[in-house]
Design a protein around this ligand. Structure first.
Ligand code: DGT
Ligand code: ZN
Ligand code: CA
Ligand code: CA
Length: 599
């Protein structure tokens, strides 16, 4: 994927956002229309704007004059635009959420905001319930009711924050919590602790004897843009970035039960509540209780493990707590031995400055050494990804030569040669087979023509899986969290083909991808597909993203043996040197698991 230079779609999105904001602010409809037209033209333009910009040809795009050309230059250089930031600072952030409602465009948002003072979904709900929207032209009782449903649906669907962003925001609050009055324990719970790929709100649980003061400190956080609710031992704030944070203050004696309860999921909790009743116990956020003669006696437990233990269960890792079979597995004593960071021995998908990476191969090698790796595959882009400066066969052969030299000079981690070859629209590969045959690792992926019909996309990817030199299918659905939906593809058919052809499937740990997702990961393992967890690093610091990929794997019930970059180098090389048909047979026979010798 390309981090450095925005593509046409991204530039178009910035221009469209400017148009939206101009319209929302009112009075500038002509200027808004100009930006909107330019955005559409950029989005539809066959050539990358980055190329046009480099050749000083931006004004050849219909509707793009010198002013907008300068904006596009700025977007290409910085990923954003000072005009956009300036306009954004003039409306409350919640106003833009309104645009995500079906049938609500910038003009409606302008009226809602300027005439009714509606600055977000909460305001809109309140106004709809109070029947205040009817005052606007085109609004009636029915539309009000529909908007209420749509707000609820939007909250469920879209207004979820990618895991990494929620985690960063949550950790800041958690750090502050350590110094709040009487706080003995504090932890992030909810979907964040379970490692869900997106998070609806951050749940912070504190144990303190002074709940009111803790609530005060929480609501007074410098990062709190708005206090949504404030209670005696609970509160909800909205953080500056827009995400909500939910505080629960528990009695220190009830801490383990509160942590367990607010970690969830709701369905996992319901299973535990039932098990507790079977043991004659009551389990809830306020603790564990034993009914005795009409009263409830508290049962003190030291930690979360003991909560599970009293219900007759081993401790269940948070990533599994979805009522997806984990309670049954725990009762039967066969919870999976989940993969962890320390199992990973190398990275098989990264980019250097030969294509769109920001660092040299030497720098990436040093970062892999710092990560404690045994091996690192350099997999730059192929020519189709023009803006990423993809490598053709000649440059790739030169790179292979350089890597052979570096391998001697730099020592471990062992450098593997490789490429991330594009899968063209028709399923053929973007480089000739003879050059792919010379590489240690071939990663294949889709970076173009995302809008194929489902069966065409499925055929396209399966064709690549059937290629004898494609070792790994990278970021299999192309999704970008919060920005681009997965493309239409029959993922089951793809995973079946991966199993049949002996192709390894990637869990891409980049925080904006997390692709495969947890559900598909689990499906892949059921089908006997081998996996790899890659960061797709475009800079040395990106190796740190590995933990998000580990989390996805754990949520997919993955054990270390099924992930090829947990294998020692010799075993990995022996595997990659076999014909794919033999790799498929190996995986199917279950030879993937465990720590046995090289195949
Ligand atoms: P999210 O925020 O949509 O990403 O998902 P969660 O799981 O973080 O959900 P949230 O924030 O509404 O609630 C946090 C946890 O609190 C949830 O996972 C389990 C617990 N919880 C909340 N409401 C209920 C409930 O009605 N019953 C039970 N048993 N547990 C609940
Ligand atoms: Zn990549
Ligand atoms: Ca939550
Ligand atoms: Ca919550």
């Amino acid at each position: 994927m390309i981090h450095r230079t925005p593509d046409n779609r991204q530039v178009a999105a910035v221009l469209a956002a400017i148009a939206d904001l101009l319209e929302i602010l009112g009075d500038e409809s002509r200027r808004a229309a100009t930006y909107r037209r330019a955005g559409q033209a950029v989005g539809a333009h066959p050539e990358p704007v980055a190329v046009l910009a480099a050749q000083d040809r931006l004004t050849t795009i219909p509707g793009v004059g010198p002013t907008i050309a300068a904006r596009i230059q700025e977007i290409l250089a910085t990923g954003t635009c000072s005009l956009l930031e300036e306009l954004r600072s003039r409306v409350p952030p919640g106003v833009l959420d309104l645009l995500q409602l079906p049938g609500v465009g910038p003009r409606t948002v302008h009226r809602l905001y300027s005439e009714l003072g509606i600055a977000g979904l909460d305001d809109l709900e309140e106004a709809a319930r109070a029947g205040r929207l009817r005052a606007l032209p085109g609004m009636g009782e029915r539309r009000e009711r529909r908007l209420l449903e749509e707000v609820a649906a939007l909250r469920r669907r879209v207004l979820r924050v990618p895991l990494a962003a929620a985690e960063a925001a949550g950790l800041e609050v958690l750090e502050a919590a350590a110094s709040w009055p009487g706080v003995q324990q504090a932890a992030l719970a909810g979907s964040l602790r379970r490692g869900c790929d997106t998070v609806g709100d951050i749940d912070l649980v504190c144990a303190s004897t002074r709940p009111r003061e803790v609530v005060e400190a929480f609501c007074a956080l410098p990062g709190a843009a708005e206090v949504v609710e404030r209670g005696a031992a609970a509160a909800v704030i909205r953080l500056a970035g827009g995400i909500r944070c939910d505080l629960q203050v528990a009695d220190p004696a009830a801490w383990p039960a509160a942590l367990q309860y607010y970690t969830g999921s709701i369905r996992h909790n319901e299973r535990l509540t039932t098990l507790a009743r079977e043991q004659g116990l009551e389990l809830g956020p306020r603790g564990l209780f034993k009914p005795a003669g009409g009263a409830l006696l508290p049962v003190r437990v030291p930690d979360e493990e003991e909560v599970y233990s009293l219900l007759g269960l081993p401790w269940i890792p948070p990533e599994l707590r979805e009522d997806a079979g984990e309670v049954e597995a725990a009762l039967a004593g066969n919870l999976p031995a989940l993969i962890a960071r320390e199992h990973i021995r190398g990275e098989l998908h990264c980019h250097s400055n030969w294509s769109d990476g920001r660092a040299s191969i030497e720098e990436m090698h040093a970062a892999a050494a710092a990560a404690g790796y045994e091996y690192l595959a350099v997999t730059d882009h192929s020519p189709l990804v023009v803006v990423a400066n993809g490598l053709d066969a000649d440059r790739l052969r030169r790179q292979v030569h350089v890597i052979h030299e570096l391998r001697e000079r730099l020592g471990p981690p062992w450098l593997l040669t490789g490429v991330e070859v594009d899968i063209r629209g028709d399923g053929s590969l973007d480089l000739p087979s003879d050059v792919l045959a010379e590489l240690d690792v071939v990663v294949a992926s889709v970076h173009s023509r995302f809008n194929l019909k489902r069966d065409e996309m499925t055929r396209r990817i399966i064709a690549a899986l059937e290629h004898p030199h494609v070792d790994i299918l990278a970021h299999p659905t192309g999704r970008i969290l919060g920005r681009r939906d997965p493309y239409e593809v029959d993922i089951d058919a793809v995973l079946e083909a991966a199993a049949r052809t002996g192709t390894v499937v990637e869990i891409n740990a980049s925080p904006e991808r997390l692709d495969l997702c947890d559900v598909h990961v689990r499906r892949a393992r059921e089908l006997g597909v081998l996996l790899v967890i890659n960061t797709d690093a475009h800079a040395p610091g990106h190796f740190d993203h590995l933990r998000y990929g580990i989390t996805v794997a754990r949520r997919g019930w993955v054990e270390a043996g099924a992930v090829i970059n947990t294998w020692p180098l010799e075993r990995l090389r022996a595997f990659l040197s076999r014909p794919k048909a033999e790799r498929a047979a190996l995986a199917a026979a279950g030879h993937d698991a465990g720590e046995e010798d090289s195949p």
